[in-house]
Ligand binder design. Sequence first.
Ligand SMILES: NC(=O)c1ccc[n+]([C@@H]2O[C@H](COP(=O)([O-])OP(=O)(O)OC[C@H]3O[C@@H](n4cnc5c(N)ncnc54)[C@H](OP(=O)(O)O)[C@@H]3O)[C@@H](O)[C@H]2O)c1
Length: 310
Amino acid sequence: MAEEKYLIFGKNGWIGGKLIELLQAQGKTVVLAQTRLENRESLFAELDAVKPTHVLDAAGVTGRPNIDWCETHQVETIRTNVIGTLNLAEACHLKGIHMTLYATGCIFEYDEKHPIGGAGFTEEDSPNFFGSFYSKTKAYMEDMLKSYNNVCILRVRMPISDDLNSRNFVTKIVKYDKVVNVPNSMTVLTDLLPISLLMAARKLTGIYNFTNPGAISHNQILALYKKHVDPSYTWENFTIDEQNKILAAKRSNNELDTTKFCAALPDVHIPDIHEACEKVFQRMKVNLEAEGIWPDKLPKRTNRLAPPSS
Ligand SMILES: NC(=O)c1ccc[n+]([C@@H]2O[C@H](COP(=O)([O-])OP(=O)(O)OC[C@H]3O[C@@H](n4cnc5c(N)ncnc54)[C@H](OP(=O)(O)O)[C@@H]3O)[C@@H](O)[C@H]2O)c1
């Protein structure tokens, strides 16, 4: 069997950077893609030159400082999230290469059939959240991409890391003056990114709800932050309606059903989100201390009524 060779898109991104570190630590051959996804000819030429066995796509427009940016930059968002992603899937399909896409689960919102605490959305469910242009592009793409039998679509949600990186869902909600309080499915990156590499190595395809099993609320996360990291931390809640008044785009809240994801990896323990988050904050404290952030330089709330970014 040919040696595995990974070509990764999104090399300067948050998730892309973590994937590169993981692959290098595993001694895998990793090539960092140079092509912009929308440049079809260059994309084909790079695949021909590198000849990867696996492509990892962690490139996407997410907006800065948050997804509200996509509302006013719709063409730029389409260029990467729709045209670019489809280009890459097709190029890989034509060349028989397995592709893993770090997609999003922010394409659903709780509804009558899927209420808070009830049945989660499965991989068979069609997106029902179109409240932001970002989510619209992602939902549209998922529907198209499922026709490609070489693509593994991972629905990432509210990703959590073991530090206070600005992209970490925890960092976002720690800094806001007011937060909503809704249970959600979330992706603990330390647990799940290595599993995504295993899925790629095994060439799994199709859609997966790529989150830790279960749902955790904003207040439960902040309580863990207070317990493990900053005992002096306090916060205030506001309602989704109040939050919507300060947003250009709405945010999705949902629970995803992880039955299919867990069944696809019977030999792997995928920790429940509550167990996973306890461990996140234990690791975070150690990491912050090593970085000289804990205990005196912890972030303070910004008194900005801004929402989490996605
Ligand atoms: N972070 C989250 O909260 C979250 C949640 C769910 C899903 N996701 C998804 O996971 C993926 C990675 O997210 P992330 O947080 O790592 O995002 P990120 O830090 O913003 O990184 C995205 C990367 O994509 C690259 N990129 C954008 N357009 C490109 C194009 N046309 N061609 C090639 N590269 C392009 C960017 O490069 P440049 O800077 O050079 O443009 C950047 O390095 C995204 O698709 C995102 O939608 C993220």
